[in-house]
Design a binder for this molecule. Structure first.
Ligand SMILES: C[S@@+](CC[C@H](N)C(=O)[O-])C[C@H]1O[C@@H](n2cnc3c(N)ncnc32)[C@H](O)[C@@H]1O
Ligand code: SF4
Length: 521
């Protein structure tokens, strides 16, 4: 087992904005499980009273991660990633347009800032590993009819929210958002600004997912002019044999061209997506990819575990399972990744995400103001999220809702003037309490018991008397410290944060059989 404590400032030789060779060792990662509903000793009332607050604060600034292969192996079961609680599996058809409209009315009186997610589903070619909601087509003329419906939805949605509400976050996701033409990008942003008031550039977080094969310096310049100030780039792996096996041929130069243009245009936060567990990856091959990517000096890195669910995602059937790395190799890859990224000065944010210590996410985590949503971690306060486009998910007041999942159904609803919401959930008070606890654990790796008690008017130990015993084996394994005042996730527990959160998940406690969620390894 190794413990890495990334320095708060990048090591001297690593100049973030320049391209400097990285150190070649590093850090790792994360995740999940199905709750072990084992008998365990009861919640022990606390023994660290006076220092608890100080320790809680200290925990918020400690972004250390420790890698313990035995523990990861032992806790390696499938589990949710908690981009929402309850998870999308609990959404149901009893929540439709009228329930959504009622949630929006409640949200209007709350007056929270808004977040807008706009989904562009099209991709020119399909990457075999892809688990995103996309439509593979070379027919670019399919974009305009879809966008016409998106404009209708923007108009319908904006009428449900007060004109005084500010949009603090905007995210174009996909699919491939730059599948649409530059004129269409301008038009989409015009419609958005016509219907919603976007916060100033210094305040707002305006992000777009970029496939570097589908963007050049002109596109990047236009996106910045349209207001985008953050970008994530899909890279996945730079090795030719891996790229071939997953049908995603992308040169290093294509990625660099977009990155350099984004820096020149003043994009504030640049993030790169990688995937481990793809065909033909080895520890050495992934280290080569990581070294080249770290040399690009992105502000953030997402290193996703390949979720291989060929029954659900057709293109994945074109991946030969015999070519996938073994669980043992994957474990070595995440350990090496952990070390390499720590040595390069990145801190572990949680759930696949790494960031420079001076990146907004890392700063927000240290100050206890990090949030988690469908787009991952965010430094912005808990906004009401409006999901626009097919398959998009919204989070309004105490509800989640999802739009129609096929293009035809989505268009049909909008053609008759209906909002395309087809399922969702209204959170009970218990859901909201548990969501708060899970969010704080995912974001802070710590939970201040008195804050939860004050916020929700509960006695923590009583309220969670059936859940807290599930943490006892994890405490014994050194994943966390639990006492009367706090839960503190220790460095060894951070890669296994999903397991810890699952102890508070009322739906997992009753779930039987396979969950359909991804695993750590
Ligand atoms: C919604 S996709 C959009 C990115 C963009 N279309 C591109 O390919 O560059 C966002 C990210 O999800 C990740 N991803 C897609 N399928 C995955 C899978 N099966 N397992 C893990 N990560 C996956 C990839 O890293 C991808 O960059
Ligand atoms: S990874 Fe990106 S480009 Fe590839 S199929 Fe998925 S959404 Fe499309």
């Amino acid at each position: 087992m190794q413990t890495r404590t990334p320095a708060l400032l990048p090591p001297e030789p690593l100049r973030w904005r320049g391209f400097v060779a990285p150190a070649d060792r590093g850090v790792g990662e994360q995740e999940g499980v199905d709750a072990a509903l084992l008998q365990a000793p009861p919640f022990v009332r606390g023994q660290v009273p006076d220092q608890a607050e100080t320790m809680y604060q200290r925990c918020l600034v400690d972004q250390t991660v420790a890698f313990d292969p035995d523990l990861i192996r032992r806790y390696d079961q499938s589990g949710p990633r908690y981009t929402s609680y309850p998870t999308a599996m609990e959404f149901h058809a009893g929540f439709g347009e009228s329930e959504y409209r009622r949630a929006c009315a409640r949200s209007k009186t709350g007056g929270r800032p808004l977040s807008l997610y706009i989904h562009i589903p099209f991709c020119d070619t399909v990457c075999f590993y892809c688990a995103c909601n996309k439509i593979a087509t070379k027919d670019r003329s399919r974009a305009q009819p879809y966008l016409e419906r998106v404009y209708r939805e923007l108009a319908l949605q904006s009428a449900l929210f007060g004109a005084e509400r500010t949009v603090e976050q905007l995210h174009w996701g996909g699919g491939t958002p730059t599948f649409i033409s530059r004129d269409q990008m301008r038009e989409l942003m015009d419609h958005t600004r016509r219907h919603f008031r976007l916060a100033a550039d210094e305040v707002g977080e305006y992000a777009i997912e970029i496939d570097p094969r589908e963007a050049d310096a002109h596109t990047v310049a236009l996106l910045r002019r349209l207001g985008f100030n953050r970008m994530s780039l899909g890279v996945q792996d730079l090795e030719p044999v891996v790229q071939q096996a997953v049908n995603r041929i992308q040169t290093e130069q294509e990625t660099l061209t977009v990155l350099e243009a984004a820096r020149a245009e003043g994009f504030r936060s640049l993030s790169i997506d990688l995937i481990y567990g793809l065909p033909f990856q080895t520890v050495n091959s992934f280290v080569r990819t990581l070294q080249r990517v770290v040399a690009f000096a992105p502000d953030r890195l997402s290193v996703f575990n390949y979720a291989h669910l060929p029954q659900r995602f057709m293109p994945q059937r074109r991946i030969n399972e015999a070519d996938l790395p073994s669980p043992h190799t994957k474990l070595d890859i995440i350990e090496t990744t952990s070390e390499l990224l720590a040595d390069a000065g990145y801190v572990y944010i949680g759930m696949d995400h790494f960031a420079r210590p001076d990146d907004e996410l890392a700063v927000a985590q240290r100050s206890g103001s990090l949030y988690r949503s469908f787009q991952g971690y965010s430094a912005h306060a808990n906004c009401d999220l409006i999901g626009i486009g097919m398959t998009s998910i919204g989070k309004i007041d105490n509800s989640y809702s999802q739009n129609r999942r096929t293009l035809d159904e989505y268009c049909r609803d909008l053609d008759v003037g209906c909002l395309p919401v087809f399922r969702g959930i209204e959170l009970s008070r218990d859901d909201e309490i548990r969501r708060d606890v899970i969010t704080r654990l995912m974001c802070d790796f710590a939970l201040d018991v008195s804050t939860v008690e004050r916020t929700w008017g509960i006695e923590f130990a009583d309220y969670f008397s059936e859940d807290l015993p599930k943490l006892a084996p994890m405490q014994e394994d050194g994943l966390l410290v639990l006492d009367e005042r706090q839960i503190r996730v220790l460095p060894k527990g951070r890669l296994l944060i999903r397991n810890i959160c699952m102890a508070f998940d009322a739906y997992r406690a009753t779930a039987n059989g396979p969950t359909g969620f991804s695993k750590v390894i």
